[in-house]
Each structure stands twice: as structure tokens, then as C-alpha cells.
Design a protein around this ligand. Sequence first.
Ligand SMILES: O=C(O)CCC(=O)C(=O)O
Ligand SMILES: [Fe+2]
Length: 311
Amino acid sequence: MADSELGFGWINDKQFLSYSFSVQKNRLKREPRWTWLRIMLLVLGSICGAWLFDYLYNNNDLMEVFARQTEILDGKVVEVQCSEDYDSYQRFAGCTPVKCGRAVTDSVVNREEAEKMLSIARRGLSLGGSDGGASILDLHSGALSMGKQFVNIYRYFGEKVKELFTAEDFRLYSELRWRIQQRVADTFGIDPNVLHLTKPTFFSRMNSTEAKTMHDEYWHPHIDKVTYGSFDYTSLLYLSDYKADFGGGRFVFVDEHVNSTVEPRKGRISFFTSGSENLHYVEKVERGTRYAITVSFTCDPAHAVDDPTLP
Ligand SMILES: O=C(O)CCC(=O)C(=O)O
Ligand SMILES: [Fe+2]
């Protein structure tokens, strides 16, 4: 065979055979190293790719789950350092937070009781509702979202309200409020009797309808002590289930490095000291409807309110 037919004009058959043998030998020698290098590059590339995808397309904030919807928590408590917010207000020894933190429990209110509270929320909110995605009903003042404003259900609907709620509804509210108060006091090492219910105490209903007024914009980070003044300890009783009833709408504690979420679960109570050590927001609800009730406590007897009662 002529050299030219081989296509390698500058070597003959014998040279070619010996060349290809030595190339194969070298390749065999090099192959394990190259294979490992390729695998390592592939793994590294995949990790970087996944990280980049997550960074570009998912929420950029680092998040950890404090309470997952599927968990049943007896009581999960995390202590955080108290902010100085409480110094701007009168301090009440044995009540004003000196130990601050956040906690979640699924064992204070059962799902049946939460279902009954949900029924109260549905009935009350059926009278009105915001044009945007967030409606509230404040049982204490009677404030109900209506279109782009609020009305007083007790004045606006008069007798109709009496037909809507029963004495049992209000009894249940008082019973659950007292149980929550005891758990809050126990967790933060204070006497439950030094705590007072404070206003606003309200049901909330959130969905994905576009906001029409600033009252619909529940997703801004805020400090309850600043927003509501009298609050020292905030509690939230969730009346629907994250994922099953709605998407989005997780509660988020905003922290320096990693935010942490509470996934609502029917009957779950999330409670925390109300200062800036517990800056938080609610994620936008993406689908379905999310119900909750805010029940909060003050140390200041001047801001105490009685339990709501039948008008
Ligand atoms: O519904 C929630 O999870 C929180 C609501 C809230 O932050 C508030 O009412 O101040
Ligand atoms: Fe809040």
C-alpha cells in the first residue's frame, strides 16, 4: 500500500502501525486522569449552573424553613436578641420583653376549633371585602374592608350582624385567646395575667387579586410595634393550609443573613415579640385564599381591650 493511500503522506505502513500503537498506549495511560477531570468539571459545571439558575430565577433571598406545613409542632422556640424598640415606650416590669424570640405551636388550638374560627371569618367577610387582595374584619371595632375603604359592620349592617354570629362564636374566640395568652406568657417567662388583649384583633383574608389601595399591600416588611404601637407580643392563628388552600403567602422573618419562613397550617399559632427583632412580611399569595386571625397582647393596661362580644 502506497503511503499516499493511507492519507498520511509523511509516514509508511510500519511507521503508522507503531505510531497508532503508541498513541493508544498513551491514551490508555492518560484516560483515567482525563475521565476524572471530565467528571469533576461536569459536576462543578452542574453545581454552578444550578446555583446560577436559582440565583436568576428563584427568590434571591436565602431562606430556611422555621415551621413546615407538614410538621406538627408541639412548640418550637427560638430566642433572638431584643431590639431597643421597647425603650421608646413605658416599660412594665415582669411583662415588657427582656427575653425576645419567636415560636410556633400546633398543639394549643386543634383543627376543629380552627375550622370553626374559619367559619366565623368567612361569614363576617362575606358581608364585604376589599377590591384588592387583602380584606380584614376587626371583631373588636367592627371594621370591615369594603371596596377601597372600611365600614363598621355593627353600624352598617345593624340587626343582620346579630343573625350572622352566635354567642358560641364569641365564646370560642375568648377561650382560644386565653389559651394563646397562657402559651405566650409561659414561653417568655411571664405571668399570663400581666398581658392584655390589644387592638386591632382581626381576621384576614388574602388572595392573588391585584392590590387597589395600600391597605391591600400586606407583603411589605414591617415591625408590629411600629405599625400597631401597643403590641408587645403578636400572635397569629392560621385558619388555612399552605399549599393545600393557597400558594405563596408564607410568613417570613427577615434576618441579617438567612430569612426564615413559617408555613401556615390550620390551627397553627405563630407568636413572637413585636419589636424589630422580628421584622417580617407575608409573601404575595399566588393562588387560592389564605385566612388567619391576629391576636395580640400589650403590657400597657391603658391599651387593653375586652374580648369582642355580640353587639
Ligand atoms: O398573616 C400573617 O401571617 C401576618 C400578618 C401580619 O404581619 C400583621 O397582621 O401584622
Ligand atoms: Fe405583622
